[in-house]
Design a protein. Structure first.
Length: 181
């Protein structure tokens, strides 16, 4: 499900349990991995946490009908370091939670600061970090129609060129909106 509720600008969607958004580590998750000679620290380059694994989110306020991430929430598990069963070199854990480092300072839900796409996270119980924030799912055709009423658009100068531009833009908008049907 796409996120339709935005805060602190047009790009900052609210992270909620019903979205297909995810966080990806921006630094390797170095975990001790069993080997015949004993545990070896191996950097696992990509660790992922999914918004659908949200825990400790809002209980009285929802966005798109789902519990929202707030200060104190977590994404309950990380994946990508499963082989590092001896644990991270910092956290001594593997496949553990991701928690937010930053959040909105002026928007609150259930009395706590709301977590946005752009907010940074600690991952695998602090063994690595996600400085890019939550990565929103890609725009799906038809999920957010382009609302342009071409019949209302009138411009007198360069009328011939303007009419051609309008027809082209309207055709593209119509085609984009029909793709989701």
């Amino acid at each position: 499900m796409s996120v339709t509720v935005k805060i602190n600008g047009t790009m900052n969607g609210i992270v909620h349990k019903g979205s297909s958004d995810f966080a990806m580590s921006t630094a390797p998750d170095v975990c001790k991995t069993p080997s015949p000679g004993g545990p070896v620290p191996i950097p696992y380059p990509i660790i992922i946490s999914n918004a659908s694994d949200l825990a400790n989110g809002t209980t009285t306020v929802t966005a798109d009908g789902n519990s929202c991430a707030i200060k104190g929430s977590e994404l309950s598990r990380c994946s990508g370091d499963e082989a590092g069963t001896a644990g991270g070199v910092v956290s001594s854990t593997f496949m553990k939670e991701a928690t937010w480092i930053t959040y909105s300072f002026d928007v609150k839900m259930d009395g706590a600061n709301v977590c946005r796409f752009s907010d940074k996270l600690k991952m695998n119980h602090g063994n690595t970090i996600c400085m890019a924030g939550i990565i929103p799912d890609v725009c799906k055709a038809g999920s957010n129609p382009l609302i342009i009423k071409c019949s209302d658009y009138k411009e007198e100068r360069n009328k011939e060129k303007r009419e051609c531009d309008i027809k082209c833009m309207c055709a593209k908008c119509l085609a984009m909106n029909k793709q989701g049907d």
